[in-house]
Design a protein around this ligand. Structure first.
Ligand SMILES: [Zn+2]
Length: 372
């Protein structure tokens, strides 16, 4: 009897042991996730980024994919195009050189794997007649060699700041943000960077006035898949005026900064979370932006790009999908788009604000920030 019971227990342990072990080892994470789902987005993000370092990447990716696919069925008509976002700012003067719309390519480099692919990506874009901005994390899991930064800028690319540590805690408290903003400003000076983008697009536009940069690129027109999902519902750059009396550390001469929302879905959302196998969504959105004379700003990650199909790893997508988009832009809209670096778009908006005659004709400089 004893032996039979022992054998039965042994069979159960063998069959369900691994699952039980996985569930038990992550039970606290799952409990926290369930509990946090009842919290507001800000609190949920705090719980998530606090737990993140202790949870295996594969488990996090599986949960995110499941949530994203579930969300996709519920979002309806707000993504990838949100109607109403195509309205230009009042008296918008258009793009330089009389171009119909703007194309702005940006990359966030998340890890050492991404860092190793920057040069190949740069060469590929140059071959197709494009230049882009590479945003690097100053104090993340890798160190960006000065030589790479210099090479990028020497060849007409731009280098920007991506968060500070990329740990999801940059905006946890204003005191902490102020402390970190000093270091971000040091890196911006050292790197000659004009722009910033927050990790995970977690942001507080009022606090960003403490950064000594011309533009921020941490927002989007519509992207319900982001942890802070409120979009700004515009496919145009806009000015963020300094709010009065927020105790900012930045000299009072700085009146504000330019905000550059990304307007094409991120590569990670399309190909890693939603398992898209073609760049068709990019093209459809680009056509819509071109039709309305907006700014097609894309954020892609070399980390997720497979340079060779034969060596594609889990969580990567073929770089050909991105290449297809660039070829589509070139062949369909030759001579119609303004291929701009983010800092050039920021300079365009600043020029509109500063040039008295232009400013009289345009309200772009004074457009209020529209929080969704
Ligand atoms: Zn990032």
């Amino acid at each position: 009897m004893h032996t039979r019971a022992f054998n039965t227990l042994w069979v159960i342990a063998l069959r369900f042991g691994p699952i039980a072990k996985l569930a038990i080892s992550h039970v606290w994470f799952l409990c926290a996730l369930i509990l946090s789902s009842a919290l507001c987005a800000r609190a949920r993000n705090r719980v998530y980024y606090w737990l993140k370092p202790f949870v295996p990447q594969s488990l996090r990716a599986a949960i995110r994919r499941k949530l994203a696919r579930h969300l996709r069925k519920r979002i309806g008509e707000v993504w990838p195009i949100m109607q109403g976002s195509e309205r230009p700012p009042e008296n918008w003067p258009g793009w330089p050189e009389g171009r119909k719309f703007a194309v702005v390519l940006t990359h966030d480099v998340e890890s050492n794997a991404g860092l190793q692919k920057c040069r190949s990506l740069m060469e590929m874009e140059l071959d197709l007649g494009f230049r882009s901005s590479f945003n690097f994390i100053p104090e993340g899991s890798y160190r960006v060699p000065a030589q790479l930064r210099e090479e990028l800028t020497a060849r007409g690319f731009e280098v920007g700041i991506h968060d500070l540590k990329h740990d999801g805690h940059l905006f946890s408290s204003y005191r902490g943000f102020k402390r970190r903003s000093v270091r971000i400003n040091d890196y911006a000076r050292e790197w000659g960077a004009s722009g910033f983008r927050a990790g995970f697009m977690l942001r507080n536009l009022d606090w960003l006035h403490d950064l000594d940069v011309q533009y921020d690129a941490s927002t989007f027109d519509t992207d319900p898949f982001e942890p802070q999902p409120d979009g700004h519902h515009t496919i145009f750059p806009f000015w963020v005026p300094r709010p009065n009396g927020n105790g900012s550390a930045v000299p009072a001469s700085s009146e504000g900064y330019v905000e550059l929302p990304y307007t094409l879905p991120q590569d990670s959302t399309l190909f890693v979370l939603l398992d898209e196998t073609t760049p068709e969504i990019w093209m459809r959105k680009l056509d819509w932006i071109a039709k309305h004379g907006g700014m097609a700003l894309i954020d892609t990650h070399p980390d997720y790009m497979a340079l060779n199909a034969s060596s594609q790893k889990t969580g990567e997508y073929p770089i050909e999908l991105y290449k297809e988009l660039l070829n589509y832009i070139r062949s369909t809209y030759s001579g119609e788009y303004w291929p701009a670096l983010p800092r050039q778009v920021a300079a365009h908006v600043l020029n509109i604000r500063r040039h008295p005659t232009t400013r009289d004709r345009t309200g772009v400089g004074d457009q209020a920030v529209k929080e969704a």
